[in-house]
Ligand binder design. Structure first.
Ligand SMILES: Cc1cc2nc3c(=O)[nH]c(=O)nc-3n(C[C@H](O)[C@H](O)[C@H](O)COP(=O)(O)OP(=O)(O)OC[C@H]3O[C@@H](n4cnc5c(N)ncnc54)[C@H](O)[C@@H]3O)c2cc1C
Length: 437
């Protein structure tokens, strides 16, 4: 049983800036397939395409409860990353673990880059790197440790402070930043749309088809939606933040609800007022700090809330209340701009485990699950989706071995302890990041 079902708000600025498209018909009546996939975000779309290409005679049915690629895969901040912030200062063992993590992220980045290149995908690709920044001098030591770690890995990076930093970002808010060369900024909803367009003919995408429940009987699986059902040889669950809602890996992964706002494009006067910087993306040096971007079309995006939300998707009045927090984040960084420039506001759901490990598993001989990428899912979801297609085709690959060698998601405490624990941790992080939100 899946409960709650996904329910997207309509405010995502990445989506509203795209032309509307005709949804694919919902699943009707009884259908047969070789592979059925639940969830059409980057994971499900990448898996469907790759499986269909590997098995051209096979029929794949891909189901989404909402519109495909309009969940987290459209609502994220658009950072396609190889390196992730680390406190540095590691033992040889810790350094090797970071190297392995980096290698997997890099493989994810490369597989998105290959698709973008091969199919000339227009997703505002910007390979100018990313910034990890802080406004709190006490956090600068963390960036310095991270810099030493990147140095050990021979990854190109640079520390920026003072006027150089202010000129690059157009704000004097941050006291210091570490720029890493590896890292791409993109328009996430454009990438998701492209993944839909790349589906081969032997994939049938059914939208607005929430899966109510699924069951597996000996060699067949059955999934049920309000208007139809599919019987298939294999099932891939790619619902990410809705895993726990479907009672999948509930003891290992849980959802977090994030919110963001985006301004209209700055006009010439406003752009001038911030010093006409090139586009950039800033990640906070502090967990729970704000993620902020200046896009190619001169919009500013602020994502600075993370919560445990019982219904998973946040809509209506609760969502509206978060905009004031985004406005404060904008004003702190750009007091010269009107804080009410935001024209879009949305929530998105991400999936996280206790030790930041991802999930890539065979639950039963013919049922597989992939997801739980925390804030790093653009590359990993594409990679894991493709590798799941190999696994479902009975093929072992070096990348599957690489994924399986990573630490498994640790067991979480039972509810309500888990909910309390996560809320306490988020509260602590929020207090520590109060000057960075
Ligand atoms: C605000 C925000 C910012 C982020 N920023 C970044 C970033 O900058 N960089 C990065 O790499 N990652 C980022 N992430 C994470 C990234 O977006 C996700 O890891 C990635 O999109 C996961 O893709 P997915 O296909 O596994 O899941 P999703 O995109 O969540 O897709 C799952 C799909 O399953 C569907 N579904 C759920 N339940 C059912 C059901 N019962 N029946 C049918 N369908 C169902 C949903 O409708 C959804 O479309 C961010 C996430 C959020 C929310």
């Amino acid at each position: 049983m899946f409960r709650p079902l996904p329910r997207n708000d309509q405010g995502c600025g990445w989506l509203t800036s795209l032309p509307p498209r005709q949804p694919r018909p919902a699943l009707q009546a009884e259908q047969q397939a070789d592979l059925v996939i639940v969830g059409a975000g980057y994971t499900g779309l990448a898996a469907a395409r790759h499986y269909a290409l590997l098995n051209p005679q096979a029929k794949v049915i891909l189901l989404d409860g909402q519109l495909a690629a309009e969940g987290a895969s459209a609502r994220n901040s658009g950072y396609l990353v190889d390196s992730t912030l680390n406190d540095g200062h590691m033992s040889a063992n810790g350094l090797q673990q970071y190297r392995d993590k980096y290698a997997l992220n890099k493989a994810g980045l490369d597989c998105v880059a290959e698709l973008v290149q091969a199919h000339q995908i227009d997703c505002d690709w910007d390979a100018s790197g990313k910034f990890h920044a802080t406004a709190v001098p006490a956090h600068e030591a963390k960036l310095e440790r991270f810099s030493r770690l990147l140095g050990e890995l021979e990854l190109e990076h640079k520390m920026l402070t003072g006027a150089d930093l202010q000129q690059r970002l157009g704000t004097s808010y941050y006291s210091s930043a570490l720029w890493t060369q590896g890292g791409v900024m993109l328009q996430p909803a454009k990438l998701g749309r492209a993944y839909i367009d790349l589906l081969p003919d032997n994939v049938c995408l059914c939208e607005n088809s929430p899966v109510l429940h699924w069951e597996s009987q000996s060699r067949r699986v059955r999934v049920v939606t309000p208007l139809g059902q599919v019987t298939a040889g294999k099932l891939l669950l790619a619902v990410n933040g809705f895993m726990a809602a479907g009672n999948i890996k509930r003891k290992r992964a849980f959802p977090l609800t994030l919110t963001a706002s985006m301004t209209r494009p700055l006009n010439a006067e406003e752009y001038d007022a911030i010093g006409k910087p090139q586009p950039w993306g800033v990640l906070s040096a502090q967990a729970m700090g704000a993620t902020v971007r200046l896009t190619q079309d001169r919009r500013l995006m602020v994502r600075n809330t993370v919560e445990v939300w019982p219904r998973i998707n946040m809509t209506g009045r609760q969502l509206m209340r978060r905009q004031a927090i985004h406005e404060r984040g904008l004003q702190r960084r750009f007091p010269q701009l009107d804080g009410r420039l935001f024209e879009s506001l949305w929530s998105g759901v991400t999936c996280i485990s206790g030790n930041n490990a991802q999930i890539f598993e065979r639950l039963q001989p013919n049922v597989m699950v992939a997801g739980c990428y925390n804030g790093g899912g653009i590359g990993l979801a594409t990679l894991f989706g493709q590798q799941m297609a190999h696994m479902a085709s009975g093929q072992m690959t070096d990348t599957i071995a690489q994924i399986q060698a990573r630490p498994q998601a640790t067991r979480l405490p039972p509810q309500p302890l888990l909910g309390w624990g996560v809320r306490m941790r988020l509260l602590r992080d929020r207090i520590l990041a109060r000057k960075e939100s």
